[in-house]
Design a protein around this ligand. Structure first.
Ligand code: RB5
Length: 151
């Protein structure tokens, strides 16, 4: 998979850990930064990763800030992005299965790396279920004017 990743200063360490984790699995990772521990603004990275996913350059996105909340709020402003802030594997699984989430946001200040890995893995391994959920995705796509995720 092509995966776009990004973080602010609070998510840098976990983002770098997960970038290596993804690369070890053979994914093509585009790291949009940040690359330094200096204080920076999470919407800048949410925008870069969100546009890469919405534009089709990446299959999925991963964003890490202190809580994952700011990244989710910012990324969800971009038409076509369905970003889910998850803290454990089961919500990540449902975010894919029911919500066809295309961006996962994680809490760098809260999640231990093995837990973050498991949450990310569930996000990557789970397919969208379609069916009645597609109708709901179409309604969300109509809200932001983006093309429906699937025909
Ligand atoms: C930065 O201090 C912090 O506010 C940010 O990383 C994030 O948690 C925002 O939601």
């Amino acid at each position: 998979m092509k995966i776009a990743v990004g973080a602010d200063h609070a998510g840098l360490e976990l983002k770098d850990h997960l970038r290596r984790y993804l690369e070890q699995q053979g994914h093509a990772v585009h790291d949009f930064g940040t690359h330094s521990p200096e204080s920076t603004d999470y919407p800048d990275y949410a925008e870069r990763v969100g546009r890469a996913v919405a534009g089709g350059e990446a299959d999925r996105g991963l964003l890490v800030c202190g809580t994952g909340i700011g990244m989710a709020i910012a990324a969800n402003k971009i038409p076509g992005i369905r970003a889910a802030n998850c803290f454990e594997p089961y919500t990540a699984e449902l975010a894919r299965e029911h919500n066809d989430a295309n961006v996962l946001t994680l809490a760098g200040r809260i999640l231990a790396p093995p837990y973050a890995e498991a949450t990310l893995q569930a996000f990557l391994d789970t397919d969208f279920a379609g069916g009645r959920h597609q109708r709901r995705i179409d309604k969300m796509s109509a809200l932001d004017g983006s093309p429906a995720a699937r025909p």
